[in-house]
Design a protein around this ligand. Structure first.
Ligand code: ADP
Length: 240
C-alpha cells in the first residue's frame, strides 16, 4: 500500500431513513484520477464530503495510507477541495483569496507570499494576483479556486463538478489543464461529475454510481465498451 492510497470500507451515510451511501467499498490509488459519475442524487457529493471531513459516515471506515481519517477534522486531512461555485471572497484580491487558508492556520507571512505565488503560477494566474474575482472570467475564477486548493501542496485534491458553470470551450481547456496538473504534480484526484464525456476523457478510472452504490468501476474504455448493466449502458449512452 502506498502512502496516500485511500480506502473506504463498508461506508454508509443515512439522513434519517434515507440511505444515500450504501456499504461502499472503494480503493483509490495514490496518483490516480478517479471520477465518481452518476445522476443527480446518487450520492457522489456525499462521498466527497465524507472524504474531505465535512460529513461523518453513519458507518464504516475511511483510511489514507492505512491510517484512519474518518474522525479527523478537514484541516488535518491535507486534502484540497474545489467546488463548482468557486466560493471566492468577492471583496478580496486573488492573492488574498489564495492566502486566506494559510492565514487561518497561522502560517508565517514570509512563507505565505512564496506559497501564494507558487500556487498562482501553477494555474497561470500570476499576472492577475491583484484583481478582484469579479474582474475575472469564470474560467479564471475557477483557476483561483484551484490555486487555493493547491496552496497547501496537498497530495489529494477533491473536485465537485468544478467545471459545471463554464461554457463548453472553457470547460475543455480546464479539463486539459487539470489533467496536466494531475500528471505534473502526481496528485490523486477524486472528481465528481454527472457528465459522461467529461469522465470518459479525464479519468484513469470511473466509478459509476446509482442510488448510493457502485454499479461498475473500471477504465473509461471498459465502462464504455463493456457496460455491465443496463443502467451503465443507458447512462453512458446518453452522450451519444
Ligand atoms: P449527488 O452528488 O450524486 O447529486 P448527493 O450526495 O448530493 O448526490 O445527494 C444524495 C442524496 O442525499 C440526495 O437524495 C440528497 O437529497 C440527499 N442529501 C444530501 N445531503 C443531505 C442532507 N444534509 N440532509 C438530507 N438529505 C441530504
Amino acid at each position: 500500500m502506498s502512502q496516500s492510497d485511500i480506502r473506504f470500507e463498508k461506508v454508509s451515510k443515512a439522513y434519517g431513513t434515507l440511505r444515500v451511501v450504501d456499504d461502499l467499498d472503494l480503493n483509490i490509488a495514490q496518483g490516480e484520477f478517479l471520477s465518481l459519475l452518476g445522476p443527480s442524487g446518487s450520492g457522489k457529493t456525499t462521498i466527497l464530503m465524507m472524504l474531505a471531513g465535512f460529513e461523518a459516515p453513519s458507518g464504516g471506515t475511511i483510511s489514507v495510507g492505512g491510517r484512519r481519517v474518518d474522525h479527523l477534522p478537514p484541516h488535518k486531512r491535507n486534502m484540497g477541495v474545489v467546488f463548482q461555485n468557486y466560493a471566492l471572497f468577492p471583496h478580496m484580491s486573488v492573492a488574498a483569496n489564495v492566502a486566506f487558508p494559510l492565514e487561518m492556520r497561522g502560517v508565517a507571512r514570509s512563507e505565505i507570499e512564496e506559497k501564494v505565488t507558487r500556487a498562482l503560477d501553477m494555474v497561470q494566474l500570476g499576472a492577475m494576483k491583484d484583481r478582484r474575482p469579479v474582474q475575472l472570467s469564470g474560467g479564471q475564477q475557477q483557476r483561483v479556486a484551484l490555486a487555493r486548493a493547491l496552496v497547501f501542496e496537498p497530495s489529494v485534491v477533491l473536485m465537485d463538478e468544478p467545471l459545471g458553470a463554464l461554457d463548453k470551450q472553457l470547460r475543455e481547456q480546464m479539463q486539459l489543464d487539470i489533467r496536466a496538473l494531475h500528471k505534473r504534480l502526481g496528485l490523486t484526484i477524486v472528481f465528481v461529475t454527472h457528465d459522461q464525456s467529461e469522465a470518459l476523457t479525464m479519468s484513469d478510472r470511473i466509478a459509476v454510481f446509482n442510488r448510493g452504490k457502485i454499479e461498475q468501476i473500471g477504465s473509461p474504455r471498459e465502462i464504455y465498451d463493456q457496460p455491465r448493466s443496463r443502467f451503465v449502458a443507458q447512462f453512458i449512452g446518453e452522450t451519444n
